[in-house]
Design a protein around this ligand. Structure first.
Ligand code: SF4
Length: 690
């Protein structure tokens, strides 16, 4: 009614940008978003917020939103009814499954889906189609961190909460631009330094804002951070600055580890990393002096071909110094997307069932088979880069992509585009006509988070509810409803009336979510998993034992070798990352005018050395050509944030031709399957008259 449209409605919601998981009350009038108000009871952020969470919501009412299902006809799309679109998808998927088998179909989940939606997508893949080919974009970012933590302590997630980061005496930040990627945590860290005198160490190839504030800034050559950390471990062991009691009681493999790190002498590591010996010693000293140490890391660690190894040595360092299981300690891989943690936790991984239950655990598999009334495959599925390769090799014939702009975010844009053009059948479920959607056979219009209910998990394993503030735009539908329609059209007997029923099923099947339900998450209430039957949660992991078979952590050796990136021609290395104003490639923030005005265009940061070598000044257009084939043009910003033979290009792409993944190659980290985004050698030249 008119009267209701004029009323202001306040709804609790959770930010859909980064992994801090800020929660707010959003004020709406009709469809209009009036303001976003953080509340003191917001568990992750209190009254803090950043520019994206506060002002980044207008995309919800963007005229670019998709509002009707679309079916391809030749080079164009035509509007279709939901019935027609769904039955067409079901028919094609059934045909492809019959002809080529269930493993010829792959599913890619968005890290912005709710937990319930992620669970249903993997259930569609596993129980209805019969394949484990389900993955999510954690593959592009933090999968190496997960591997490093699985190897050593057992759980691929932050070992404590944001509170522990705030309480630590020493905060080490490696390959992570905290201020721009996780702004609220960045503010909390700076406050800890100012108010409590916490020490900050930053190790990064780029001198970003938090690096300027650091008590110690270490700038290794790209790909050598693992060696620097191994040298620190070696030094700590030699000086006897380790926690012997902790190691004896709780850690295995110390003697082998000690022998392994011996090769990382100060002289050797200085020569390969460019980090002066005295800085390595200083880092060892501050670790030794601090009563509690946390390490935060991001894509600067994980988007390298040795990302899993660097993540492993971080965890090793924490173990030998006893920095796990106590307040103010632990390992914190910073989750990028708001729900990248949850989408993995709730089962969109090719090698794990929901709640990290293993495919080779017969009891777990039987439990899911009984509940889902289906026979499950126990063969691990394909990771995203393998699905793309599978298409090019003629093994994968259909892809179902939810809310992911695969063309732009996957490495090697030209080849990814080729694969998505080639695949027999492509379904894309999204809010916008992305570069990926443009290649689809069917596009299904999805609703925004403000238009539905569900839960997200932030970087600290905190599960939070978000509520519906406005109705779905046009004929768009929440992802969980769309997935259920597809499952039903394929013969499944699903009948979920509300996401809370999905969560109840998850709680019955997954021990780590045993006590999770919607009433325990009412309003601003939240739970950090694991949550036991009685609803008590776990802010701090590993207090008494590690999540390994016998409860002991394992020191893990590396398979590290010095990086070999450049060739004779391609002497410059591209680094990539976020900018504060835009999220990721910018599919949402580009549609928020205020944010677009602040950073309208993709740029390239160039070191002073390179600028003078190539006579480039700020504002010049630069042509960047990759060793892997692609090229892009962008405006130069000469800056001492980068040094030596390095340039920085944000992942924010103001148009598709400026996407940094036009440059990246297809090589992946062997242990985790994550592409080496930041291992891209290029040549640069100034474009005359540009
Ligand atoms: Fe909070 Fe991150 Fe959202 Fe900013 S983008 S408001 S820091 S959750």
């Amino acid at each position: 009614s008119k009267a209701r449209e004029n009323q202001i409605k306040k709804t609790k919601t959770v930010c859909i940008y980064c992994g801090v998981g800020c929660s707010f009350e959003v004020w709406t009038k009709g469809r209009k978003i009036l303001k976003v108000e953080p509340k003191p009871e917001s568990p992750a952020n209190g009254i803090l917020t950043c520019v994206k969470g506060k002002f980044g919501w207008d995309f919800v009412n963007s005229p670019d939103r998709l509002t009707k299902p679309l079916i391809r006809e030749g080079d164009k799309f035509r509007e279709a009814s939901w019935e027609e679109a769904i039955s067409y998808i079901a028919k094609r998927l059934r045909e492809i499954k019959e002809k080529y088998g269930p493993d010829s179909i792959g599913f890619i989940a968005s890290d912005k889906m709710s937990n319930e939606e992620a669970y249903l997508l993997q259930k569609l893949a596993r129980a209805v189609i019969g394949t484990n080919n389900i993955d999510n974009s954690a593959r592009y970012c933090q999968a190496p961190a997960t591997v490093g933590l699985w190897r050593t302590v057992g759980i691929g997630a932050d070992s404590g909460s944001i509170k522990d980061i705030e309480e630590a005496e020493l905060i080490i930040i490696i390959g992570h631009n905290t201020t721009e990627s996780h702004p609220v945590i960045g503010s909390k860290i700076k406050r800890a330094q100012k108010v409590r005198g916490a020490k900050i160490v930053v190790m990064d190839v780029r001198k970003h804002e938090i690096a300027e504030k650091a008590d110690l800034f270490i700038r290794p050559k790209p790909g050598t951070d693992a060696a620097v950390l191994a040298a620190v471990a070696n030094y700590l062991i030699n000086e006897g600055w380790i926690d012997k009691e902790f190691i004896e009681k709780r850690v295995k493999g110390f003697e082998e580890f000690k022998d392994y790190v011996k090769q990382f002498t100060l002289d050797y590591v200085e020569s390969i990393s460019g980090v002066p010996k005295d800085q390595i010693v200083r880092l060892a000293e501050v670790i030794h002096k601090a009563k509690s140490v946390v390490v935060l890391w991001g894509m600067g660690v994980t988007q390298h071909l040795g990302g899993a190894d660097t993540s492993t040595i971080i965890s090793d360092l924490l173990l030998i110094t006893g920095n796990y299981g106590k307040p103010g300690t632990g390992a914190y891989p910073m989750r990028g997307h708001n729900n990248v943690q949850g989408v993995s936790d709730f089962g969109c991984l090719p090698n794990y069932l929901p709640g990290y239950q293993r495919l080779d655990d017969e009891n777990a598999v039987r439990k899911f088979e009984d509940s889902w009334n289906a026979k499950l495959s126990t063969k691990a599925g394909l990771q995203i880069p393998q699905m793309i390769e599978g298409v090019l090799e003629g093994k994968v014939h259909a892809l179902y992509i939810v809310g992911e702009d695969t063309v732009m975010v996957d490495c090697g844009t030209p080849l990814t585009r080729q694969a998505l053009e080639k695949v027999d059948f492509l379904v894309v479920q999204d809010m916008f006509m992305t570069e990926t959607a443009k290649l689809a056979d069917v596009i299904l219009p999805a609703s925004a988070s403000l238009e539905k209910e569900g839960t997200f998990v932030n970087t600290e394993r905190r599960i939070q509810r978000f509520y519906k503030a406005i109705e779905p735009l046009g004929e768009s539908k929440p992802d969980w409803e769309i997935i259920q329609m597809i499952a039903k059209a394929l013969g499944a007997d699903w009948d979920y009336k509300h996401p809370s029923e999905v969560m109840d099923e998850i709680a019955r099947l997954c021990p780590i979510f045993a006590g999770v339900n919607y009433s325990r998450l009412e309003g601003f209430k939240s739970l950090l998993w694991p949550v036991n039957d009685y609803g008590s949660d776990t802010p701090l992991l590993y207090v008494n034992s590690f999540a390994t078979g016998d409860g002991k952590a394992v020191l893990h050796k590396l398979s590290w070798a010095p990086p070999d990136l450049k060739d004779e021609v391609h002497r410059v290395i591209v680094n990539t990352g976020r900018v504060l104003e835009h999220f990721h490639v910018g599919n949402m923030t580009r549609r928020v005018e205020g944010l677009r005005r602040k950073v309208p265009e993709t740029f390239v940061e160039i070191s002073k050395e390179l600028a003078s070598k190539y006579s480039i000044s700020t504002g010049d257009t630069v042509l960047i050509k990759s060793r892997f084939g692609g090229e892009i043009r962008a405006r130069a910003v000469v800056s001492d944030r980068v040094q030596g033979d390095e340039i920085f290009i944000p992942i924010f792409a103001s148009d598709p031709s400026k996407g940094v993944n036009n440059l990246t190659g297809l090589e992946v980290d062997r242990a985790s399957g994550t592409p080496g985004y930041k291992d891209t050698p290029v040549v640069i030249e100034k474009v005359e008259g540009g």
